[in-house]
Design a protein around this ligand. Structure first.
Ligand code: HAM
Length: 434
């Protein structure tokens, strides 16, 4: 047992798994760029206030889940628990909106929430997502929602369920919250302690409660916000739904879905899949027309989504195929004299031919080195002992065919092409036979 283990709720990504991550990340980068979104990377920590004000102090994220500490200068800092507020902060700080009326940004990043770990829920996890700034029009919502849906479709995820709602513009909120409070007040003692304290402070957050009792009480007594939105909000939402229908994106309306962050206005949505168990939310997002101004920028409408990368990988299932070999050449060394030369030649092969070369550094027996080359699934081995070093040659062995040839050192690099085809073995012809 190691003296130190990873922190509860965090994961190591080992090479085989990392290869799978890289493949998925590559598809996400291509997909985003295909839609005109440019990548943004923000720092791993920010001023705490950005989140407490941006996301809302009564949300689960801010009230329970942030990793916050006081720095030496008494500044309160927080590991980012979500990426929308940092992206908005960067959008405002770099005056990105001044360069173009519509800015499309995407990200793929790590974040941190002190949530209760379980399958599909970690304390350090990764999200990919996007934020589109500048358009208040429903076609922008439809673009964002359809991109979220299509990307899961691209990865072949089944049993997708897209739920949409409108919580109306922020102006309707005070009147609705008053109605909500009045409706729930007579039953408040039946709610959990958190809900009881939230009723006065931020009643919308009662909908985030995971307690079945609270959810049942809400079903029975809470008016839904969509019945209290303005005519303009309604027209906007209907148009979003129309565009989704046009794009053949299947959806259901869920009038209870308000999403667990305070910044949303109008459209909210979530995509779930029953294929991944209890933590079935693959992605969530919505419109947040007030956040840019709240963070100090000019009023700018915006809409976006974020999706859990670990959950996407979970939904994709275990990789069935054996991963491809990562090694083109394993360099066996059988004598002290050849060690330096092996390092030089290996570097030449990497630099000039782009080949993946591993050099033996354990000083093992020939048999053990050969076993290692097989374990690494190397296509070729290069063998160099003191005798070969003295004669300025090396032995190249094609591991699949079992053939081997002696090649002069100065001709060795040219024997290999990218894709690790060895000239002498391919042609079954030794250069010295000429
Ligand atoms: P969110 O719903 O908090 O939204 O998170 C989005 C997604 O991140 C979830 O649907 C889930 O897939 C994943 N996720 C959340 N928490 C965890 C966790 N502890 N472990 C693993 N995966 C997790 C946001 O973060 C908003 N910023 C989305 C957004 C972007 N809205 C507008 N733009």
């Amino acid at each position: 047992m190691s003296k130190y283990t990873r922190v509860y709720g965090t994961h190591d990504i080992l090479p085989k798994e990392a290869e799978r991550w890289r493949g998925v990340e590559g598809v996400i980068h291509d997909f985003m760029e295909l839609h005109g979104y440019g990548e943004i990377r923000t720092p791993i920590f920010e001023n705490t206030e950005l989140f407490s004000r941006g996301i809302g102090s009564e949300t689960d994220i801010v009230s329970k889940e942030m990793y916050t500490w006081e720095d030496t200068n008494k500044q309160s800092l927080t590991l980012k628990p979500e990426l929308t507020a940092p992206v908005v902060r960067a959008f405002v700080e770099h005056h990105i909106g001044r360069q173009t009326p519509i800015s499309r940004l995407y990200y793929l990043d790590a974040l941190f929430r002190r949530d209760r770990p379980q399958k599909g829920r970690q304390r350090q996890f990764h999200q990919f997502g996007l934020e589109a700034f500048g358009s208040a029009h429903p076609e922008q919502d439809a673009e964002v929602i359809s991109m979220a849906y299509k990307i899961f479709d691209t990865f072949g995820i089944e049993e997708l369920n897209l739920q949409v709602n409108s919580i109306g513009s922020s102006e309707v909120r005070p009147a609705y919250l008053k109605i909500l409070r009045e409706a729930l007040q007579p039953h408040i003692t039946e709610f959990c302690d958190t809900c009881q304290t939230r009723l006065d402070r931020n009643a919308l957050r009662l909908f985030d409660c995971k307690s079945k009792t609270c959810q049942k009480l809400l079903d029975a007594h809470a008016p839904v916000i969509i019945d209290h939105i303005t005519e303009e909000d309604r027209v906007h939402f209907d148009q979003v739904l129309e565009y989704l229908t046009l794009l053949n994106i299947p959806f259901t309306q869920n009038n209870k879905m308000v999403r667990g962050l305070d910044y949303y206005s109008r459209t909210t949505f979530e995509i779930t899949s029953s294929a991944i168990g209890a933590q079935d939310a693959l992605c969530g997002g919505g419109r947040y027309d007030g956040l840019v101004e709240q963070i100090g920028g000019k009023p700018t409408p915006a809409v976006g989504f974020a999706a859990g990368l670990e959950r996407l990988l979970l939904a994709m299932g275990e990789a069935e195929d054996e991963p491809e070999s990562l090694t083109d050449i394993y360099f066996l060394i059988l004598g002290d004299k050849s060690r330096g030369q092996a390092l030089i030649t290996a570097d030449q092969l990497r630099r000039e031919k782009g080949l993946r070369v591993i050099v033996e550094t354990m000083r093992r027996s020939m048999k053990a080195q050969m076993r290692e080359a097989n374990r690494q699934k190397a296509q070729y081995t290069i063998i160099m002992g003191d005798d070969e070093f003295d004669r300025e040659v090396a032995i190249v062995k094609d591991m699949a065919q079992g053939e081997q040839h002696e090649i002069p050192l100065d001709a060795l690099t040219d024997q290999f092409q990218v894709g690790s085809e060895c000239g002498c073995c391919e042609n079954d012809k030794h250069p010295e036979e000429d």
